[in-house]
Design a protein around this ligand. Structure first.
Ligand SMILES: Cc1cc2nc3c(=O)[nH]c(=O)nc-3n(C[C@H](O)[C@H](O)[C@H](O)COP(=O)(O)OP(=O)(O)OC[C@H]3O[C@@H](n4cnc5c(N)ncnc54)[C@H](O)[C@@H]3O)c2cc1C
Length: 429
């Protein structure tokens, strides 16, 4: 197979981002934020709305990392079910965490509406098609738990999943009507534009190279300037570097890769996700898919790559599209791209105080469109003075992943293993 050119569909269909420049002078701010994705920009926006003078430092351009590359599926919730969260964190914190997770998609869609962000937002739900009877049983428990808490979530029969997705490959599933989709790059660029309009500052091409304590605050050095701030928020997620090395070692960056087809022919378009929902199935190596505003099927899954995807990863994705939608055989693939998802050992996002006045939020395990936006808000509330025990998210001690240096090898091995296990399950072995 000839090498595929890497270009994301989103970079072609998003409106241009705001023009920002590198930091080129010594400056100061009330809060400095390292990382200009959903976490950093949401934190900055909520801080600016709270009257703080904020500055965002971004290594690259806005949306060049996960927030501009993802599948755009707004998934309410984390991997754990609400009863589990309450057991893990106790009645009061557990309840607060469940409420936070339950309203995560509201936070995204409210921001989009309030800030008038044009990002192809649709809110017709998120489907989790089930690949086995065992998965269906787990989903039934999940749905019961959420329904008890009033969430708009229902089980779907095999026929309903087929009708809603246009794929007959699944044995049923669930729909969470709180979810939806966005054009992810347009969303992150919209957040950046809104922040600038509120008077926040963003410096792109401005990697934080050094972070040091100075007086009761911090000084951050970039190639062209520096920032002094009493409070710093680290919002670098899967792209965290050695600047905050223990934080880097608290998550495992896992590659995720996507392909987008040519526009689906009109005769088939009416049958493939006609309601505009997004879907992520229950294979061990899950596949997530949706149709974008230009009528292209976008399908993603974990891949095995360091800088660029292997031919094998690309082939695997083509096969997955044809397996889910045999009716699309023959339709070409026009866009290929990928990025890194930050996974945590407990499958939960993490909120930390790395040192006095140095806050961090990360680790969304592939569900960061909603959760990173919420985390940004929580970080802002903390920086604005809410005591940590009253935050909507638990503050936990930083725990590094054992043998982190070997995690790249481990991730590749795990992906091969999960792929094989799924292949065997498909053949009924
Ligand atoms: C291919 C893919 C598909 C995904 N699909 C979905 C999905 O459909 N739904 C969903 O909910 N989630 C999805 N996710 C996850 C979601 O995209 C992330 O959880 C979310 O974008 C995290 O936002 P963030 O702001 O924390 O991190 P990022 O968007 O990665 O931002 C971190 C930023 O920090 C910057 N940075 C790092 N170091 C420095 C430094 N020293 N100085 C300055 N800046 C620095 C980076 O350049 C980067 O821009 C997907 C992720 C990927 C990669």
């Amino acid at each position: 197979m000839p090498a595929v050119a890497l270009q994301s569909l989103w970079s072609v269909t998003a409106p241009a981002g705001p023009k920002c420049a590198p930091l080129a002078a010594p400056r100061s701010a009330q809060v400095a934020i390292i990382g200009g994705g959903y976490t950093g920009l949401s934190a900055a926006l909520h801080l600016a709305q709270g009257g703080r003078n904020v500055m965002v430092l971004e290594s690259r351009d806005i949306g060049e990392c996960a927030s501009g590359l993802n599948g755009g599926q707004v998934i309410p919730g984390v991997k754990h079910d609400p009863d589990t969260l309450e057991k893990l964190f106790g009645a009061a914190m557990g309840q607060r965490l469940v409420d936070t997770v339950a309203s995560a998609a509201d936070v995204v869609f409210d921001l989009i509406e309030r800030l008038r962000i044009s990002c192809e937002a649709t809110r017709t739900g998120w489907i989790q098609p089930a690949t086995s009877e065992a998965a269906l049983q787990e989903q039934a428990l999940r749905v019961q738990q959420w329904q008890r808490r009033g969430a708009a979530m229902e089980m779907l029969s095999r026929a309903q999943v087929a009708q809603l997705t246009g794929s007959t490959r699944y044995c049923g599933g669930l729909i969470d009507r709180r979810g939806g989709t966005v054009q992810p790059l347009s969303y992150v660029r919209g957040l950046a534009r809104a922040l600038l309009q509120l008077g926040g500052e963003i410096y792109t091409g401005s990697p934080a190279l050094q972070l040091m304590r100075e007086g009761s605050g911090y000084r951050i050095e970039t190639p062209g300037g520096s920032v002094r701030a009493p409070l710093v928020i680290v919002a670098t997620n899967a792209y965290t570097g050695t600047l905050t090395d223990a934080l880097r070692r608290s998550v495992v960056p896992v590659p995720s890769f996507q392909v987008a087809t040519a526009p689906i022919p009109p005769s088939l378009r009416a049958t493939i996700l006609p309601g505009g929902q997004s879907a992520s199935d229950t294979w061990r190596l899950l596949r997530y898919f949706r149709v974008d505003a230009s009528g292209r099927l976008v399908m993603g899954s974990r891949g095995t790559f360091a800088a660029a995807p292997t031919t094998r990863t690309v082939r695997h994705h083509y096969r997955a599209v044809r397996e889910i939608y045999p009716q699309l055989a023959g339709l070409g693939f026009e866009y290929h791209w990928g990025g890194f998802v930050a996974m945590t050992q407990d499958h939960l996002p993490h909120l930390h105080e790395l040192a006095p006045g140095l806050l961090a939020g990360l680790g969304y395990n592939g569900r960061g469109v909603a959760m990173a936006t919420v985390m940004g808000r929580v970080l802002a509330q903390w920086a604005l003075g809410t005591p940590p025990q009253e935050l909507a998210f638990p503050v936990t001690p930083l725990r590094t992943v054992p043998l982190h240096a070997l995690s790249g090898i481990g991730v590749r091995a795990m992906i091969q293993y999960l792929r094989l296990a799924d292949a065997l399950a498909r053949t009924g072995i």
